[in-house]
Design a protein around this ligand. Structure first.
Ligand code: UTP
Length: 292
């Protein structure tokens, strides 16, 4: 079975990037010449998704404009014969891809954001992509890898990676039963445990394939860690009904919700970009970049 729908929860406040995110959503910050969100939607489309569901807040509407028609700009590009640029703008969203959005009126947590998209998803397995976790695998993308694992196990698949033991209190942390080098059966999951209480250092990152049974569990969930409705808590409850698998993906993750992660991501993608790669390398090696 293929995964046709992906939810992009982008209604968070982005406080770690203030004041930049006072007006501009963090998902619209550029990595070279594309906003973060576009890398995420391209990854979903590469994985076979044809319906993109954005969970937005009032202040994030510019994300929708990015995917909307730009008639005036298009007309000007045509008049100026800038066909290459016209193609870049048209390629933001390929033909045949459906776009939907729902509003999360208050940032009540990631679990609540996913629940907001229940009606759009219906009763089929779906993907959740947190755009600020950028994953570069040099191939078809992390979600493509996960769809393959989903087809083998027909269960929810949660992307995980090993983190520093001191960082467990920033993530959902899982305990697992080993199946293969990259795939394990999830035994338990706990949101942001203190390092001394963490069951492992395997942390959940921003890619999920979930079965629709998660929605009933989310609906009946109270507030969890940080006073938010946590997706982690619903996944924990799902374990009582179904197998859930974790997947250690191939590729490098950048936490673009943090300043350092964002800068690292920019460097990574710039060093691959044909237009800026050579100049950037020259700059980095010139001795101009000093530790002041
Ligand atoms: P984060 O934990 O990164 O929170 O949310 P944030 O609000 O975006 O950023 P900071 O921590 O204030 O800097 C993880 C993902 O879940 C979404 C966010 O938009 C992000 O993609 N989210 C979080 C929602 O859509 N709604 C929420 O209520 C909370």
């Amino acid at each position: 079975m293929s995964i046709k729908k992906a939810i992009f929860p982008v209604a968070g406040l982005g406080t770690r990037f203030l004041p930049a995110t006072k007006v501009i959503p963090k998902e619209m910050l550029p990595i070279v010449d594309k906003p973060i969100i576009q890398y995420a939607t391209e990854e979903a489309i590469n994985a076979g998704v044809d319906e993109l569901i954005f969970v937005i807040s009032e202040s994030k509407k510019s994300i929708l404009h990015h995917y909307g028609d730009a008639e005036v700009l298009n007309q000007e590009l045509i008049e100026k014969q800038k066909h290459d640029l016209l193609e870049i703008v048209s390629d933001i969203i390929p033909a045949g891809i459906k776009l939907k959005y729902v509003e999360q009126h208050k940032a009540l947590g990631l679990g609540h954001a996913v629940l907001c998209a229940r009606e759009q998803v219906g009763k089929e397995p779906f993907a959740v992509i947190l755009p600020d976790d950028m994953i570069d695998d040099d191939e078809h993308g992390c979600l493509s890898q996960m769809v393959k694992i989903f087809n083998e196990h027909n269960s929810s698949i949660i992307a995980v990676e090993n983190v520093n033991p001191s960082d467990t209190d920033k993530y959902g942390i899982v305990s697992t039963e080993y199946l293969t080098e990259h795939v394990s059966r999830m035994l338990d999951i706990v949101e942001k445990p203190d390092p001394e209480l963490a069951p492992s250092t395997l942390a959940v990152v921003g890619r999920y394939i979930l079965t629709p049974e998660i929605f009933d569990l989310l609906e009946n969930l109270g507030k969890g860690a940080g006073g938010e409705i946590q997706l982690t808590d619903a996944i924990k409850k799902l374990l009582n009904h179904q197998s859930v698998h974790t997947y250690q993906f191939h590729g490098r993750r950048y936490d673009c919700g943090s300043k350092l992660g964002y800068i690292k991501a920019k460097l990574n993608y710039a060093l691959k970009h044909p237009e800026v790669k050579a100049g950037l390398l020259e700059h980095l090696q010139s001795g101009e970049v000093k530790n002041n």
